[in-house]
Design a protein around this ligand. Structure first.
Ligand code: AMP
Length: 327
């Protein structure tokens, strides 16, 4: 009997509550300090670790395999397990296609994916080409730390000098519009793309009530707002989702499996401009336990992202196809 497991962070409550909904045993791997998970009712078992990076330990992996664990990866999982060891040394089955995580972590590979999908993305510039407002991003930057904006090459060089970050940068066209994050689920069993929910992030200091002039906003995510999109735009939402799934199959033969998210900005055309992809569950789905307007219109029963994952695992087990949804 499969046990659904995840790391104690990010979307663990959502994932494990969904697993319980579908009748699975659940296991939480968790840092010692996070005893607050015991205050909830989602984990049948909690294994405490000194650090989440212990998940790499071969003996622990063997224990998890013995327990027939399917591990659900989330944002924290990817940051504790570097991508090289995930691809080569991690043998516990994980839900989804781990070979695509490299493409979400590296801005150049991510861009390649968008180009193959032919979705609208921000233009990129070299410093001397800047002829419009741009946002300057560091690779792998967490929470937009150190990002800055510029309108001209001169402003770019001036601000870059002041900035302490030395990492590689990408200069992107600044898109004027509002952010929307689309949460999808691609089912390899049904060969179908579903829209599970939509959110917008609550970012400090960008969403601070009083934004001080002449200060670059920061984008540290501290929460999420639920969103329903203007219904006529759903056509574009499914179109970009379908294109990303199709393009994923040219990057790796298995393509996207299960939950993923497109981070976008919607302009007043209105046009959806995609600026990032996450090839796994995102924390923005947490507000949709037990369901969203979109998952309700498909299932007419509670269906969170966590439950949708567990449902796919349940169906895969029943059809003897677990290998088709794990890597
Ligand atoms: P990211 O670290 O790429 O998730 O970006 C952090 C935040 O910066 C996003 O939530 C957006 O609010 C903003 N942002 C990112 N890229 C752009 C862009 N090309 N144009 C305008 N705003 C952006």
């Amino acid at each position: 009997m499969v046990t659904i497991a995840t790391l104690g962070s990010h979307s663990a409550l959502n994932i494990l509550a969904g697993a319980k909904d579908e009748g699975f045993k659940t296991l939480l791997l968790c840092e010692r300090s996070r005893t607050f998970y015991e205050r909830f009712s989602v984990a049948d078992e909690i294994m405490y670790l000194n650090s989440l990076s212990e998940i790499k330990d071969p003996q622990l992996q063997e224990t998890l395999i013995q327990k027939e664990v399917v591990l659900i990866p989330h944002g924290s999982f990817i940051s504790y397990l570097d991508i090289d060891s995930l691809e080569t040394e991690f043998t516990v089955p994980i839900l989804g296609n781990k070979y695509l995580f490299r493409h979400e972590s590296d801005r150049n590979l991510e861009r390649e994916w968008f180009l193959r999908a032919n979705v609208r993305i921000p233009r990129t510039f070299s410093p001397d080409e800047i002829d419009t407002r741009v946002i300057v991003k560091y690779h792998g930057a967490k929470g937009g730390k150190g990002y800055f904006t510029a309108d001209t090459p001169q402003e770019f060089y001036h601000k870059q000098k002041e900035n302490e970050e030395k990492a590689e940068i990408q200069i992107q066209e600044w898109i004027h519009g509002v952010t929307m994050y689309f949460h999808y689920f691609y089912s390899p069993l049904n060969r179908e793309l579903e829209l599970t929910s939509i959110d917008r992030r609550y970012e400090t200091t960008a969403d601070a009530v009083v934004s001080l002039p002449n200060r670059e906003p920061t984008y540290v995510v501290v929460g999420n707002f639920p969103l329903a999109i203007r219904e006529s735009l759903l056509e574009q939402v499914f179109d970009i989702g379908d294109k990303m799934v199709e393009a994923s199959q040219t990057l790796h033969e298995r393509g996207l499996i299960g939950p993923f998210c497109l981070e976008t900005i919607i302009t007043d055309k209105p046009e959806i401009v995609v600026f990032e992809i996450s090839a796994r569950i995102v924390a923005g789905t947490n507000i949709f336990v037990p369901y969203s307007p979109y998952s309700y219109a498909k299932y007419f029963e509670p269906m969170s992202a966590g439950r949708r994952i567990a449902r796919e695992i349940r169906e895969a087990v029943a059809r003897g196809r677990l290998k088709d949804i794990t890597t």
